[in-house]
Design a protein. Structure first.
Length: 299
């Protein structure tokens, strides 16, 4: 049976039915999923029963997998294999984390609007988040359509942004939360990287903002001015008209395009309820500056 696509908005977010991702998909179905993905940027696959291997196999349909950053877990063993990012509120003993744990402080960064791995030279093309346990209330994930946000900008702002480059670092987003407790070794392991502020999605030619709370300053601009522009653009891109909130059900798999969406996790009682979310992440083919043909002087 062919898969079914149910759009949630006109060109943003769709549900996909009659797709069993635990089994190899027919080439026509894979192609239909890919096409829908470029159009809607966020796809929801309900009721999936996946092992880690099946989750990763589906992710590989979109490109090579990223290895999860475990820098902040150097002191604790991982609950998941290295290709899976553990986005749960559980520690390595499978218990709800402690209120003051470093793990919790670090993961609170996911409550800020961001796109995955923009702090890497090779950022993420897409992320596939799988819900194994969800809290009864709260813990939604919100997605913002940065293509629509770009389209809605005044013409003079589009011109002002053309060719601009922002510096992204995981330590910028953590510093926004007042979390600066990183060793010099940790800092040096992930230096800031340049990313284009506007990018073009090759599959359909749509332009998109490329923003994240990881962005700290804009190259060639005074720090405060760049930061103010980034904050203003994030506020614009996350206006309710561009945002969809996903309320999780157990066994939902959601895939999003990190090149043209931002997302954030919403609050829940994380000291009481288990929220077990696991993410596979696919690398993009090149950094955004390279893809946009913007030359950046080496730092
Ligand atoms: C992620 C992420 C938010 C959430 O998995 O990349 O930011 O709601 N998740 O868990
Ligand atoms: Mn994320």
């Amino acid at each position: 049976m062919a898969i079914e696509i149910f759009p949630v908005r006109e060109n943003f977010v769709a549900e996909v039915g009659d797709a069993d991702l635990s089994r190899p998909l027919a080439p026509a179905d894979i192609e239909a999923i890919r096409q829908a993905f470029w159009t809607y940027a966020v796809l929801i696959f309900p009721d999936q029963n996946l092992t880690a291997e099946q989750h990763l196999d589906f992710a590989r349909q979109f490109g090579p997998l990223e290895t999860s950053i475990s820098v902040y877990r150097a002191d604790t063993p991982m609950r998941t294999r290295p290709e899976i990012s553990d986005v749960s509120n559980l520690d390595h003993r499978d218990q709800v984390w402690g209120r003051d744990s470093r793990l919790r402080m670090f993961q609170l960064g996911n409550r800020l609007w961001h796109t995955d791995s923009s702090f890497r030279h090779l950022p993420a093309l897409c992320s596939l988040l799988y819900a194994r346990a969800v809290p009864p209330i709260g813990g939604h994930t919100e997605f913002a359509d940065e293509r629509a946000a770009y389209d809605a900008l005044p013409e003079e702002m589009k011109q002002r942004l053309a060719g601009l480059v922002a510096e992204h670092s995981i330590f910028h987003s953590r510093a926004r939360l007042g979390f600066t407790d990183f060793s010099e070794e940790e800092r040096q392991s992930m230096p800031p990287v340049p990313q284009a502020l506007v990018r073009t999605i090759p599959q359909n030619g749509r332009k998109s903002l490329y923003l994240a709370s990881h962005a700290g300053r804009i190259l060639g601009m005074p720090d405060a001015e760049g930061r103010a522009l980034i904050d203003r653009l994030i506020a614009h891109a996350t206006e309710p008209r561009f945002v969809h909130a996903h309320r999780w059900r157990v066994n939902d798999l959601v895939i999003w395009d990190n090149r043209c969406t931002m997302h954030r996790g919403r609050e829940f009682d994380d000291l009481r309820y288990r929220r077990d979310m696991q993410r596979a992440t696919v690398s993009d083919i090149a950094g955004s500056c390279e893809q946009e043909g913007i030359a950046v002087a080496a730092a």
